[in-house]
Design a protein around this ligand. Structure first.
Ligand code: PLP
Ligand code: SF4
Length: 436
């Protein structure tokens, strides 16, 4: 039975495959791992990474820090501290200073915390009318960490930035007071890092409350990619599947939102069995991933990934554009490139796999899809669309931005044919609290 062995900065040198890598390379992991989140496990090491070509291996890059992920001056700073044997505190302070420069809460995440009965609900984000995000306080870590993760402040000890909440009671009250909400999305970190007994404490009361407006329970997780044994051989795997069954039996839709970044993650026996077991509970698995340089930046990878997902009975759901945070200079792609990758992949698969939406930016005003690159009256433009908007009425009203080959985010774009994007004035009102 595979045992979960986890490695961080403290013990990664004891990974057998690491001891065979060049010293410089290992030192780089140590330098960068002081700043970016770093945690990997025995499944990722033994079943996903191809160690014969680790330098180009997408899963290695996904989970191991490497030199190029820090800007050269940041790298130098930490490297020199380590080389001269600086104190732990000195290194930690320098690392924190760098982290704060890496935009730890992009796209105004901290602004989506609702107030309820005079209290700030720190563990809840409510941005789009139908869906509430819930961050159970014990689900704020993962089975391994993605080096591109935008939730990384939660893992590196910047606790004042951490969203968390214990009280399911408050969540239930909130749902009762907001009858428009149909979906609760359990997210993190990874909520499936929790023991089933703990997860149950959040979910069972929600089922027992029998809220007529609550139709869908979503669980956002990377456990299928990083630790499929969660559903197979972990002590409480069977209990977890029973909980899933009970959600379905209660008449709610259980939407299992699986995070996969590369087709490799779909190829092991363990993941195939885990997917089958989850589907047998009546849950539906939908998949999502950001598109990232050095991991999955070509259409063949995406087409392969979507096809494999469909053949395993999963539904491709979202392609995201990498957010401006952490190692963005290493992972980020221009919007134009992300769009070409999406289109290249989309046009090569059958309609069954074209359930995927994207490429999409989760930005301050909403989820904005790059729907096309076009020419209107001789002007080259991006065609954009809201897939989700802070005001639901913004959804699917095409709007245009001047084409810009290098733009990586909505904030890099200028409106075409008008002075402001159609939503900007209303967005300001919403953000200053006068709207909605
Ligand atoms: C993506 C997202 C949702 C869910 O959007 P769907 O399109 O319904 O999947 C909800 N809340 C936030 C903050 C999101 O980013
Ligand atoms: S699984 Fe999700 S939350 Fe966890 S490190 Fe990866 S991107 Fe971040």
């Amino acid at each position: 039975m595979p045992k979960y062995m986890s490695y961080t900065l403290r013990n990664f040198r004891s990974i057998p495959q690491i001891s065979k890598l060049p010293n410089d390379f290992v030192f780089d992991i140590e330098v960068v791992g002081h700043v970016l989140p770093f945690k990997v496990n025995s499944y990722v090491i033994n079943e996903l990474i191809d160690w014969d070509r680790y330098e180009d291996d997408p899963i290695f890059t996904l989970t191991f820090p490497r030199k190029e992920m820090l800007k050269p001056h940041h790298y130098k700073k930490i490297a020199s501290l380590l080389k001269r044997g600086a104190s732990k505190d000195e290194i930690k302070n320098a690392a924190n200073e760098i982290r704060f420069q890496l935009n730890p809460h992009p796209a105004g995440q901290l602004k989506n915390v609702p107030k309820f009965k005079g209290k700030e609900l720190k563990g809840i984000q409510h941005k789009y009318r139908e869906t509430v995000l819930f961050f159970p306080s014990q689900g704020q870590t993962c089975h391994a960490y993605c080096s591109f993760c935008f939730r990384w402040p939660q893992f590196v000890g910047l606790n004042e930035l951490k969203f968390a909440m214990k009280e399911t009671e408050l969540l239930i009250d909130y749902l009762k007071a907001h009858p428009d909400v149909t979906d609760v999305l359990f997210t993190g970190g990874d909520p499936l890092i929790m023991k089933t007994k703990v997860l149950e404490r959040y979910i069972r009361p929600l089922l027992e409350a029998d809220l007529p407006n609550l139709k869908t329970i979503r669980i956002g997780t990377k456990a299928l990619g990083f630790w499929p044994y969660r559903f197979l051989t972990d002590d409480d795997a069977d209990e977890l599947l029973r909980l899933f069954e009970d959600i379905v039996k209660s008449g709610k839709h259980l939407a299992f939102m699986a995070h996969f970044n590369h087709p490799r993650e779909l190829e092991t026996e363990a993941v195939k069995k885990a997917v089958e077991r989850i589907l047998n509970t009546g849950a539906v698995i939908r998949t999502q991933s950001p598109v990232m340089k050095n991991i999955n930046d070509n259409p063949e990878i995406w087409a392969d990934m979507w096809k494999k997902q469909v053949s395993m009975n999963m539904i491709p759901y979202y392609m995201f554009i990498a957010r401006d945070t952490g190692a963005q200079h290493y992972f980020g792609l221009p919007l134009a490139k992300a769009y070409e990758i999406f289109r290249g992949a989309y046009k090569s698969v059958s309609g069954i796999a074209r359930t995927v939406r994207g490429p999409s930016m989760s930005a301050e005003p909403g989820k904005i899809q790059v729907s096309g690159i076009s020419e209107i009256n001789g002007e080259k433009v991006f065609v954009l669309n809201f897939l989700q908007g802070r005001n639901p009425d913004w959804v699917m009203r095409p709007f245009f931005a001047k084409y810009n080959e290098d733009a990586m985010w909505i904030t890099d774009l200028e409106p075409a044919f008008e002075d402001r994007f159609f939503f900007e004035e209303e967005l300001e009102e919403i953000l200053t609290g006068n709207g909605l």
